[in-house]
Design a protein around this ligand. Structure first.
Ligand code: NAP
Length: 768
């Protein structure tokens, strides 16, 4: 290889080749990774610079376009200069950005050392900048020892060195010190023969906060013009570095994308599916339908979308929900920020560069400061490990990976394994069409009537008129639905009143029987037993064969497993072409070429439907190779069960945000409402960082352990403690450690905890 071609292979100086592609006609395309590093600048200030000009100076370095971001600035108390600290690809970019604003500054590349605490000085102390001039005679080693001596001398005299900027290219050593005053620092260094240059008192500049979309509490930052200039978004973004990567284009990802773009961030979203929708793209099985009142399920952030989208059914079917999500994405013009049919394979944290490197199965590689996992609570499908699974000669499908072209079920012998929410919906929908249906049930579930109906124009008008109060009801209810618990304790009512209440709730649509029931339904075992008994009697009334009815009756507390909504589900078992197989009495032995064999007999099948659920909460995350500080993998961290702070942050994984992560209230919540709450909080946290020139957030190990303990404690205080045999505890995934993955105190309580943490300045997190 010639010297020239070797140089070409290496690429420009300071730039690392990351991938080589062979293009058309043998052309070699090479992609490079440009590292960003720290730069310090002392900016002499024009005395005429007023407050606005100064703020502009501080903000202007956050220009996304030039990948220069401002970290901290320290304004001299005499107003004559400011010490700025940037992260940028090179000094020229910083100079260019400053020059564009008419500011000429001395900019040096530097190594930042010292502890990360740059908060306000302790009371009675000031922040002092010491400029230790670099003498021409001093080489790097001599300068390093000068640095050590300076830090040691100041420390021995009781001054605290907060941070040092060891500048290169002939620049001075800049020490940021907490001390009583500048004179004391100068005297101390001069006395030790260290001859300081400029020594000046300063204050850390706090730029004004950005307005936060959707901030709800009184302490929300004041509205100001957005400090981050908008990037031209007319073309698809193909850059290898963005501010945030979002994984997933379901409700969560779409919501997060809209929110972060509104904040001026450059965002890239990756979605494995061929189209947007997340679970609503993949769960195309017959009968898939939302369990939230449709009009409360959609996003609340766009008046235009609220006005233009006309929900057709009280509980929309999968095609309508998927259509709604496509409509939202197109209306908001979000597709050009997305890469569809692209699965994120890995995400690795680079602690030095302070970013995540994300790689996809399509060979794409992008770096981002923030990584938002909008991967869904229930998206990682799982098939039971049944002997002979591959021997079955018929067709088999998982409900959540249903083929887009559909499946011909008419006149065929169909088996369904699983009777959770998916199984119930598919069973009640296909029973009348198939030649024979065999339902393989392991654990019966309490199902309550959905009472779906078409929405009329009058309904839609009423919804539009009452929208504000509907939204407020959802925001303040236990689970984000239009229903909320009756505050009365169940045992305070007489037996007759209790029965009357149960009967009235039974007639109502949606989750009324669950979430508008007595307030202690989920806490008091006796109240719960009355409700459970009521539902068992309903099953007995609806199913003709008493033995079949008995098999369909659960014995666990109502609500301790996710409650499916049904549309004439129980009547299915009165049909002559339907057979219920009780896998508790006759366990499944194996799949054979022709069907399923249980301990009693063989059931011949043409099609087998797995409605066997998901590796819930953690599965979608641990199936990606996510590695945080020190290369720790998320899968390894969670081997003993999930641990998070507020279900949204994970210690050791800075700037990784989970939307509806494990230990969040979202799993029991009306998804649309809780997703918006999660995304609001995440956006607010990012905004908090950016407006303070900070770049990193990570929960402390203590705060994470405390939240994990709290989530467990709440679960123990409810009827969930009696039955931990569900995905709520990871019990449905073989080999998974059992730990509460839902926050059972509910969405309202969760929101209050999240808001309190934000108001208090994120005490459970370290930020730098
Ligand atoms: P699921 O609730 O986990 O139910 C899985 C079913 O498969 C259970 O009946 C389970 O029995 C059975 N199963 C699993 N492995 C088995 C095995 N080896 N042998 C026999 N049976 C086995 O899953 P899902 O129904 O898909 O629902 C998951 C969640 O998705 C729901 O809880 C809900 O939150 C959400 N979802 C929502 C909607 C909606 O909003 N409309 C619709 C569908 C799903 P065991 O109970 O004995 O483990």
């Amino acid at each position: 290889m010639s010297a020239q071609s070797a140089a070409r292979q290496r690429g420009p100086e300071g730039v690392r080749p990351i991938r080589t592609l062979r293009g058309a006609a043998g052309a070699v395309l090479r992609r490079y990774e440009i590292a960003v590093s720290d730069y310090a600048a002392i900016v002499p200030l024009d005395p005429r610079l007023d407050g606005d000009g100064l703020r502009k100076l501080v903000r202007l370095a956050c220009l996304d376009l030039y990948r220069v971001s401002w970290r901290r600035a320290f304004l001299a108390t005499d107003g004559a200069r400011v010490l700025c600290w940037y992260v940028a690809p090179d000094a020229e970019a910083v100079r260019f950005v400053l020059r564009q604003q008419g500011v000429h500054a001395v900019v040096w590349p530097c190594e930042v050392q010292g502890p990360s605490d740059t908060g306000p000085a302790q009371s009675g102390r000031e922040l002092i900048v010491v400029e230790v001039a670099r003498e021409p005679a001093l080489d790097a080693a001599a300068m390093a020892s000068r640095h050590e001596a300076t830090v040691a001398t100041l420390g021995a005299a009781g001054h605290r060195v907060v941070r040092t900027f060891a500048t290169r290219a002939g620049g001075p050593l800049l020490c940021l010190v907490e001390a009583s005053d500048a004179v004391a620092v100068r005297v101390c260094l001069t006395g030790a023969g260290l001859a300081p240059g400029n020594v000046w008192g300063c204050t850390a500049l706090e730029p004004e906060a950005t307005p936060l979309f959707g901030a709800t509490d009184g302490n929300a930052p004041a509205a100001t013009a957005p400090p981050h200039p908008r990037v031209d978004r007319t073309a698809p973004d193909a850059s290898a570095e963005v501010d945030a990567v979002i994984i997933g284009a379901g409700l969560s990802g779409i919501c997060a994308l809209k929110r972060l773009l509104d904040m001026g961030l450059r965002v890239r979203l990756y979605e494995a599916g061929r189209d947007v929708g997340g679970v609503w793209h993949f769960n195309r099985y017959p009968g898939a339908r939302v369990d939230s009142e449709s009009y409360t399920y959609g996003f609340s952030f766009s008046a235009e979308i609220l006005a233009e989208w006309r929900w057709q059914e009280l509980f929309a079917g999968q095609p309508e929900v998927a259509g709604y999500l496509r409509f939202v994405v197109d209306q908001l013009d979000l597709r050009r920020h997305m890469r569809l049919s692209t699965r994120v394979a890995s995400a690795r944290r680079d602690a030095i560069a302070g970013c995540w490197t994300v790689e996809t199965d399509q060979g794409e590689r992008v770096t981002a400061r923030y990584l938002v996992a909008a991967t869904g609570v229930l998206s990682a499908t799982q098939l039971p490990d049944i002997p002979g699974r591959d021997d079955f000669a018929g067709e088999s499908y998982h409900t959540a990976r249903w083929p887009e072209a559909g499946v011909e079920l008419r006149d065929r012998r169909v088996g369904v394994i699983g009777t959770g929410a998916s199984g119930v919906q598919v069973i009640q929908t296909i029973a009348a069409d198939v030649r024979h249906l065999t339902v393989f049930q392991r654990t019966p579930t309490y199902c309550i009537p959905q009472r779906n109906r078409a929405l009329t124009d009058a309904d839609r008008d009423a919804i539009a008129r009452d929208w504000a109060s509907i939204l407020a009801t959802c925001q303040n209810s236990y689970s984000g639905f239009v229903h909320d618990f009756d505050p009365r304790p169940g045992l305070a009512a007489s037996a007759a009143d209790r029965e009357a209440k149960f009967a009235a709730l039974w007639e109502k649509p949606g989750f009324a029987f669950w979430f508008a029931n007595f307030g202690d339904l989920m806490m008091n075992a006796e109240v719960n037993a009355h409700a459970s008994d009521f539902l068992r009697r309903k099953i007995r009334e609806r199913v003709r064969d008493p033995e079949v009815a008995r098999t369909l009756m659960p014995d666990h507390p109502f609500g301790s497993k996710r409650v499916p909504l049904e549309n004439r589900y129980y009547e299915v078992f009165n049909r002559t072409n339907v057979r219920l197989v009780d896998l508790r009495a006759t366990p499944l032995v194996a799949l054979t070429r022709d069907g399923i064999r249980t301990t009693r007999e063989e059931h011949p099948l043409d099609v087998l439907i797995y409605a066997t659920g998901f590796d819930a909460g953690t599965g979608a995350l641990t199936r990606i190779d996510i590695r945080g500080d020190g290369g720790l993998s998320l899968a390894a961290k969670w081997r003993g069960g999930p641990s998070t702070y507020l279900g949204m942050l994970v210690s050791g994984f800075p700037n990784l945000f989970l939307v509806n992560g494990p230990q969040n209230a979202a799993a029991l919540c009306n998804a649309g409402r809780c997703i918006e709450q999660n995304v609001d909080w995440i956006a607010r946290c990012i905004d908090h960082l950016r407006t303070r020139g900070l770049t990193r957030v990570s929960p402390t190990a203590e705060a994470e352990a405390e939240w994990t303990r709290h989530v467990e404690e709440v679960a123990e205080a409810t009827v969930l403690r009696v039955n931990k045999d569900s995905w709520f505890f990871g019990a449905n995934t073989p080999g998974k450690a059992r730990r509460a993955s839902i926050y059972a105190a509910g969405a309202r309580e969760f929101r209050e905890q999240c808001d309190a943490a934000a108001r208090a300045g994120y005490p459970g997190c370290t930020m730098e």
